[in-house]
Design a protein around this ligand. Structure first.
Ligand code: NAD
Length: 265
């Protein structure tokens, strides 16, 4: 399968290049960086500090779409929303790992998904997607007398909070309780907040150093607490999930899918 990487010089982009190179089912067809980036016009191998490999980094998405079956995209919301339309028009599948979307962004991606083939996941790992399923089940089993708090930790460069994964976990908990997350989310308390409202789902974001990604879902009741925890210790985890999603999309019809679909959870 011919795979293009959007944002090739990024933390996830470089990881994706390595994993696609190592996967016999995939071939790296194109690599894209933003206009004005140092890597544009350079050979990818040289840009990554190795020998030349005959693939030039482009700033032109159309070039990448013309020679690819799928484009894997871990960039920024504005870039991803624009790409979703173009990929759908070009008949190229789109794996979206980007996080931090507004509701309007998500609606635009859903619109692209009506024609194109998309997998979008705030977290591409098997473990986190399993945690999503468990969170939904536990929230359903326990009443609102168990307070749900979601605590996440990421590296100092992350620009959005709460993380896409924390929001996925929050959505799952709200779904398990049969409520809308927007009605119960309580993000980053500060000051004289008053007592905690029963049924709220709290979010807290730690930022610092080189945390790759850690998530705790705490169900705190009277006399006991349950904590569901996931710790990512290698960024390759997410890139592997993205490549799995790209391969899975080959046999699918139009639609916007999640990693739960890809993993059969
Ligand atoms: P990063 O800043 O290291 O990389 C982003 C890259 O995108 C940069 O190289 C940047 O130059 C490039 N870019 C920006 N505009 C572009 C454009 N118009 N065309 C092409 N490239 C462009 O960030 P990162 O840590 O790799 O994370 C990227 C995104 O992926 C974030 O939203 C992050 O939260 C998300 N993420 C998701 C998962 C997951 O499993 N879903 C895992 C890790 C990170």
């Amino acid at each position: 399968m011919r795979m293009a990487v959007m944002g090739a010089s990024g933390r996830m982009g470089q990881m994706l290049v390595q994993l696609i190179d190592a996967d016999a089912r995939a071939r790296l067809s194109a690599v894209v960086e933003r206009v004005g980036h140092d890597w544009v016009g350079q050979d990818l191998g040289a840009a990554m500090g190795g020998p030349a490999r005959g693939l030039t980094v482009t700033e032109d998405v159309a070039v990448a779409l013309a020679c690819s079956d799928v484009i894997i995209d871990f960039t920024t919301p504005a870039v991803t929303v624009a790409l979703a339309q173009k990929a759908a028009e070009a008949g190229v599948a789109h794996v979206i790992g980007t996080t931090g979307f507004s509701d309007a962004d998500l609606a635009a991606i859903a619109q692209a998904g009506a024609r194109g083939r998309i997998v979008r996941a705030g977290n591409m790992s098997l473990g986190v997607n399993l945690l999503v399923t468990l969170t939904r089940q536990v929230a359903q089993a326990l009443g609102a007398e168990y307070d749900i708090e979601i605590v996440e930790a990421h590296h100092r460069h992350k620009v959005d909070a709460p993380s896409g994964t924390a929001l996925m976990l929050g959505e799952a908990a709200a779904e398990g309780r049969g409520v809308a997350l927007a009605d119960v989310a309580d993000r980053g308390r500060d000051g004289i907040t008053g007592a905690r409202a029963s049924g709220d789902i709290g979010f807290h974001a730690i930022r610092g150093g080189d945390f790759i990604g850690e998530h705790d879902v705490i169900f705190a009741g009277e006399g006991e607490r349950i904590t569901l925890r996931h710790v990512a210790s290698d960024r390759a985890l997410f890139a592997r999930g993205a490549v799995t999603a790209a391969l899975w999309l080959e046999g699918q019809g139009p639609g916007e899918y999640s990693m739960l679909d890809v993993l059969g959870l």
